[in-house]
Design a protein around this ligand. Structure first.
Ligand SMILES: Cc1ncc(COP(=O)(O)O)c(C=O)c1O
Length: 446
């Protein structure tokens, strides 16, 4: 059976998009123009766009036309399966949370900025850590929404949490210095340590958090300079540490004179969590977060709260590292913070995270899922006989990208487990996608 004219043309255009001949963001002809160009009926042209949309290759914006979709970047830490991934891959390896209407939100912000009084100020370079009034906006936000009372000057704006972590590590540690981490931790931190020659010292985990005795022992036995932790919504295990556990970490850090690097990238999801480490030990905690998980991963707006005694060193690191922040980005991020957009998006994501978790729990019922009911990912230990790389490869063949435990492991032997990010797939497709994951695992030949 030959393909219909619509399918034929859709496939040709899909080829052009995948090969890059039609790059992301290209405005495609109107339905009428497409029909005229290819000598097909208007209804056929409409079917072509409907098919391309269903393939996830184009987006239509009312009143503006149809555009080649910008594909999120594929993960970088699982390159073995990269070749199997394509533009139709469903990405459960990264979280790219977004809310409906964000493109319009961006459009109106840019319009607002374009007509604002002091636009030329955005062409000036900024002091390291950002302009004073913008740092104060973040300080007010942290006081109001995170219970962190800090003067604006202690807050340094950065290009996302990854950048903040990099600056924190550079400020505190040099090659050969030792950093305590969980046995499963955020892969980006591993990359930073490896690039800077910092030695990671893994701390075994218990069911609900790090083993404090093991951490204390490690700090006593080794010259650990800093402890990296995610007390509120640990990535990948979803831990939210209790008041007692937080107090124990702070006491260990004080006892052994270590700094704390507190990563709060996902903390906004766990409302009502006990107070942040930075409020308990402000003299030794560097607190990092960003708008990546609440607004958009591509915005690159983050902040780093630092102890007073380290402010000069952080400033020098920032100068050496990037001289000045992009003013347009800090203007955008702080406007969205100040006008309540960030708080509104956070609330929407919290609500949605609950729905997505409920779907995951239902789909994986009976499997040993590790997840926090308010988080945007789940940790899925595999049955003993299944190897994570073979399952990840099988899933890639089903056009599903996942992260393997080895990306998170700081020990040589990673458990056989997968991390599934729940936020990059449209809500209405999530259940079907997760069912496909379960099917692949259950039907995998042993
Ligand atoms: C725990 C954690 N910290 C930091 C980051 C980096 O975030 P950003 O996009 O703001 O650099 C991520 C991103 O996934 C993360 O999961």
């Amino acid at each position: 059976m030959t393909a219909s004219p619509a399918t034929h043309l859709a496939e040709r255009l899909a080829d052009d998009i995948r090969s890059g001949r039609l790059p992301s963001g290209t405005l495609l002809p109107t339905h009428r123009q497409l029909a005229a160009q290819h000598g097909v009926a208007l209804a056929t042209a409409s079917k072509v766009y409907a098919q391309l949309k269903a393939m996830g290759l184009v987006v239509g914006e009312t009143g503006r036309g149809t555009f080649v979709r910008d594909r999120p970047l594929q993960r970088e830490w699982d390159s073995a399966d990269e070749a199997r991934l394509n533009s139709e891959t469903i990405d459960l390896s990264f979280n790219h949370p977004s809310q409906p209407g964000q493109a319009d939100m961006l459009r109106s912000l840019l319009r607002e900025l374009a007509t604002s009084g002091d636009l030329a100020a955005l062409l000036h370079q900024q002091p390291p850590g950002g302009r004073r009034h913008e740092r104060q906006i973040v300080a007010d936000f942290l006081a109001r929404h995170r219970g962190i009372e800090m003067q604006g000057e202690r807050i340094f704006l950065v290009n996302g949490a990854q950048h903040g972590l990099d600056i924190a590590v550079r400020t505190l540690l040099g090659p050969g210095d030792q950093l305590a981490v969980d046995t499963l931790t955020y892969p980006g931190l591993k990359m930073i340590a490896s690039a800077q020659g910092v030695t990671l010292r893994p701390v075994p985990g218990l069911q609900d958090g790090p083993d404090m005795q093991a951490l204390d022992h490690l700090c006593r036995e080794r010259r650990v300079r800093a402890i990296y932790c995610m007390p509120t919504l640990h990535n990948p295990l979803g831990w939210v540490l209790s008041d007692r556990q937080r107090q124990a970490i702070v006491e260990i850090a004080r006892r052994h004179d270590c700094f704390l690097i507190e990563d709060a990238a996902y903390a906004y999801l766990a409302e009502g969590a006990p107070s942040a480490l930075v409020t308990r030990a402000p003299e030794r905690t560097l607190y990092v977060s960003s708008l990546s998980k609440s607004v958009a991963t591509g915005l690159r707006f983050g902040y780093l709260v630092v102890p007073e005694a380290l402010m000069g060193r952080v400033r020098s690191q920032l100068r050496a590292n990037h001289w000045s922040l992009p003013s347009l980005i800090t203007a955008m991020g702080t406007r969205w913070i100040a006008d309540g957009t960030v708080a509104r998006l956070e609330a929407a994501h919290r609500e949605e995270a609950g729905l997505r978790q409920a779907i995951a729990r239902q789909v994986f019922a009976g499997m040993p899922l590790v997840a926090n009911p308010c988080s945007l990912f789940v940790w899925l230990p595999l049955p003993d006989e299944l190897r994570m790389d073979r399952i990840a490869t099988a899933l890639a063949e089903h056009s599903i990208a996942v992260s393997k435990a080895e990306a998170y492991a700081t020990t040589t032997h990673a458990p056989h487990a997968l991390r599934l990010g729940l936020s990059s797939v449209p809500l209405e497709q999530l259940e079907a996608v997760l069912r496909r994951v379960r099917n692949v695992i259950e039907r995998f030949p042993i």
